[in-house]
Design a protein around this ligand. Structure first.
Ligand SMILES: Cc1ncc(COP(=O)(O)O)c(C=O)c1O
Length: 394
């Protein structure tokens, strides 16, 4: 008996579809309806008092529900609108005009992160992007060799979004710290799928969002800053929420707090902070070790099924290198994906990856089999053809 299946009742969409897309958007817990009502009630009935009755603290307070999933302590996380903004807050703590101005990244990093750092060249940053030979793995030795005494920042995903490859973050952090560089660990595709201990790893920063594996919805991204750096660094991207006396409305330069509020800026995204709470509560109750154990079982099942059908798999077979997603590049993958969606099997397709199947703790193992069998059938019956560009009406 799979104990984790008892959580299915909390996620309405599981009743009506085969939901294998938690790498993109985790299923919504039904508790979100109550949270959105609680938000509306506080605004409608408490009005301006809502700020002092809870809203003001939420952009740090709600982070305490994410901390255990990362291996961080209470008070160590500030919450922002998305990961790109967290990267901007971090980058704004540094000066790219000196000799230490290099940023080392991989070509497999999430594109938004690459776009953001490449634009920092206008402020003096030099970017070294290490390509991946197979589009799946990080070439670790080459990556480590690129980190030198001129390296300032190393933004790297703990789990690469395209292939779900688990990166050796410990080796990168050790190398970066020996060279005097800072590592920004993007845990978006890792938190809620694999156990994390960012404190033990010694990561300088950790970032990520809650809308995928944490079932927290869009609009909330976390930023962890290591304890000894927290009060020392000064974000230039700052604002009144970071001020020690925000309601004094003092003019001139900021007198910034020294805790995680230091990394905030303007008015927080209160509705999204309400919406993310039920998902985080469930994830904390289920626990990542149980999720990981089941995830390994389900991804192995998908891998075996894909290989038995002769399809190319763009995900590492070694369980130690594989997080929650299996990317299958079967023939006509983009069109097959569209037909799966039409059949209420929710997955996605990405160029150079294929069809991404991401079972989570709430999935049944037979849903993995169903998705593969449907892919088979779509190919065998040529049902994918109706999604070809020529046959789709303009
Ligand atoms: C590893 C990773 N980083 C970042 C993002 C998204 O960044 P943002 O929150 O800025 O949209 C994603 C996802 O879509 C991702 O997979």
């Amino acid at each position: 008996m799979d104990e984790l299946l008892k959580w299915r009742a909390e996620f309405p969409i599981l009743e009506r579809s085969t939901y294998l897309i938690s790498n993109s958007l985790g299923a919504m817990p039904r508790g979100v309806y109550d949270e959105m009502r609680a938000y509306a009630d506080s605004w409608a009935l408490r009005g301006i008092r809502a700020w002092e009755e809870g809203w003001w603290e939420m952009a740090v307070g709600v982070g305490d529900r994410i901390a255990p999933l990362l291996g961080a302590a209470p008070g160590e996380i500030s919450l922002h609108q998305n990961v790109t903004i967290t990267q901007a807050v971090i980058a704004s703590c540094f000066d790219f005009r000196g000799p230490r101005n290099k940023i080392v990244m991989t070509g497999l990093e999430f594109p938004s992160t690459q776009y953001f750092y490449n634009e920092q060249r206008r402020h003096g940053a030099r970017i070294e992007t290490i390509p991946s030979a197979d589009g799946i793995r990080l070439p670790l030795e080459k990556f480590l060799a690129a980190i030198d005494e001129n390296t300032l920042l190393v933004p790297i995903s703990q789990v690469l979004f395209r292939s779900a490859y688990i990166v050796d973050a410990r080796a990168i952090i050790e190398r970066a710290h020996r060279a005097g560089a800072h590592v920004i660990l993007d845990c978006f595709q890792a938190a809620g799928t694999i156990p994390l201990d960012i404190r033990a790893l010694g990561a300088d920063f950790a970032v990520g969002g809650v809308l995928k594996w944490l079932c927290g919805g869009p609009g909330v991204a976390y930023l962890y800053v290591r304890e000894d750096l927290r009060a020392r660094l000064r974000p230039a991207l700052t604002g009144w929420i970071a001020h020690r006396r925000p309601f004094a409305f003092e003019s001139g330069a900021i007198d910034a707090r020294e805790d995680s509020f230091r990394y905030l800026n303007g008015t927080p995204h209160i509705p999204a902070l309400y919406a993310c709470r039920p998902g985080l509560a469930i994830l904390n109750r289920v626990g990542v070790p149980a999720i990981r154990e089941k995830s390994l079982r389900m991804t192995a099942r998908i891998l075996d099924g894909a290989k038995a059908r002769g399809w190319r798999v763009n995900t590492a077979e070694n369980p130690g290198e594989r997080a929650g997603t299996v990317s299958i590049d079967c023939p006509h993958a983009a069109e097959v994906c569209r037909e799966l969606l039409a059949r209420e099997i929710l997955v996605d397709w990405r160029p150079a990856a294929g069809i991404r199947l991401s079972p989570h703790f709430y999935n049944r193992e037979d849903e993995c089999d169903l998705a593969l069998a449907q892919m088979d059938e779509i190919l065998r019956t040529n049902a994918w053809e109706k999604h070809c560009a020529a046959s789709v009406p303009a």
